[in-house]
Design a protein around this ligand. Structure first.
Ligand code: ZN
Length: 324
């Protein structure tokens, strides 16, 4: 899987950084792409990415509106949702009939249905909107989505409006079949291979018993990604990010603006790095960067502030794709 940062700036778009949106590309795992937040001009960013990657002869699959099957909204501030209306109607206008499920805080359904109704827009595809309901105990993550291969949970953060972090866990995949070992005992039948993969014990015609655990290699651990909404530091952030392979967390301000960050319910570099460290995460990418840090030297300083606490810290840039 890989993640693409479509917008990495805070508050309002700039020429250097658009407002928040990220795509988790799960093409290899499940032939899908999931979008996290959708600031204004997200559709444009997708087109810019296509142009950039075609010039670079990138071999990764194109991100297209049709491939996006789920959208997860962290919170309802405009810089995280104002691109939704255009993106959804463009997806519809392109003739896409594939269903789309949208998850978000309470209120997202009213916003969308109001805009769709007043603008007389319509969706050519089935659009399901699921509003999140936090646990009665807000310190425990709650289930958002689960199937055989993936599980998504969320937890409430601390921001000026209700804001969530999403934890995306790829489930452990069953180990590969040791075909070589089976060939050595003369088993070539693909039906038997499938039975072993399905964890069934097989009795051969000669009476020999094949147990699946003897012919399946060790299971492969799945990846865990945590994508945060805006927040100031809180214990829930550490809880949801425990042992994650990759976390994407805001760091709107440098360390010196701790008071301002608290006033606006955002995080500083040092606070974000501390969350990553306390959560025992493997890698931190920080995002939602204030436009005041437009100079490369300023950005270097932000990275240094994070790395002083959590060495595996990296700054995001618009249209950057990272393998997880
Ligand atoms: Zn916000």
């Amino acid at each position: 899987m890989n993640i693409t940062f479509l917008g990495t700036g805070a508050g309002k778009p700039s020429l250097q950084r658009n407002v928040t949106s990220n795509v988790l590309d799960l093409t290899q795992e499940r032939q899908e792409m999931w979008l996290f937040d959708c600031g204004e001009a997200t559709s444009h960013q997708i087109q810019r990415l296509q142009r950039k990657e075609s010039k670079e002869q990138c071999e990764l699959p194109n991100i297209t509106l049709q491939k996006i099957s789920k959208i997860f909204i962290t919170h309802l501030h405009g810089d995280h949702i104002f691109g939704l209306f255009g993106l959804l109607t463009s997806r519809s206008m392109s003739g896409c009939k594939k269903p789309l499920t949208l998850y978000g805080p309470k209120g997202i359904e009213k916003i969308l249905t109001t805009v769709i109704e007043i603008t007389e827009s319509f969706m050519m595809f089935p659009l399901e909107i699921i509003e999140l309901e936090a646990n009665s105990d807000p310190s425990i993550p709650f289930l958002v989505f689960e199937d055989e291969t993936f599980k998504v949970t969320a937890i409430e953060l601390q921001h000026r409006v209700q804001s969530f972090a999403y934890r995306i866990e790829e489930k452990e995949s069953i180990g590969k079949l040791d075909v070589q070992a089976l060939l050595q005992i003369g088993v070539q039948d693909h039906t038997i291979y499938q039975q072993l993969k399905d964890q069934q014990t097989v009795t051969l015609e000669n009476g020999q018993i094949l147990k699946p655990q003897d012919y399946l290699k060790a299971p492969q651990k799945g990846k865990t990604v945590v994508i945060f909404g805006d927040t100031y530091p809180c214990t829930n952030a550490v809880t949801i990010a425990q042992n994650a392979d990759f976390i994407l967390h805001e760091a709107t301000y440098s360390q010196e603006f701790e008071v301002l960050a608290l006033e606006r319910a955002h995080s500083t570099t040092a606070q974000t790095a501390t969350t990553a460290k306390n959560a025992n995460a493997k890698k931190l990418y920080f995002t939602h960067i204030s436009a005041r840090y437009h100079h490369p030297e300023d950005q270097k300083q932000l990275v240094n502030e994070c790395r002083a606490i959590f060495p595996e810290s990296y700054i995001t840039q618009d249209l950057l794709r990272i393998e997880i």
